[in-house]
Design a protein. Sequence first.
Length: 149
Amino acid sequence: MALMTLAASAAASVGALGAALATWKGATAWKAQARCESRRLALERWFTAGVKFRGRLKFVYKDRVAWGVLADRPDIERVSESFWEWNATWPAVAANLEGDLLAQATQLWTDVYLAYAAFMEGDGTLTALGNAVETAYTSTLLKQAVARR
């Protein structure tokens, strides 16, 4: 009788261990899936904001602007508003990427920022800013990260 009780206890322990392992694996898989979904959504929002930003730049008909010229103020405001709207999506992207994806996204963001800063200072052109934005939302590596599930 004691031997049967011992065997039943051992079987119950193995069963409990199996259930705990299955729960842990399920939680790990769920966490990975949630992170993947979060990364996909963050990148899609960043790409969408980039497309909007690029589209709005097409309504600025000057390649260079100057702060001292009153006629340039609406163009400066349009570019600035569009940049900061796109920039607002960056923290979610940075928080959800790692490794090579984060390095490439950071480089793309930096390129757009530098082109924006140069344009606003009167040293850069709208064409260069538009090209930097377009490069950011057409990145092959980042598009592949969105496609992976």
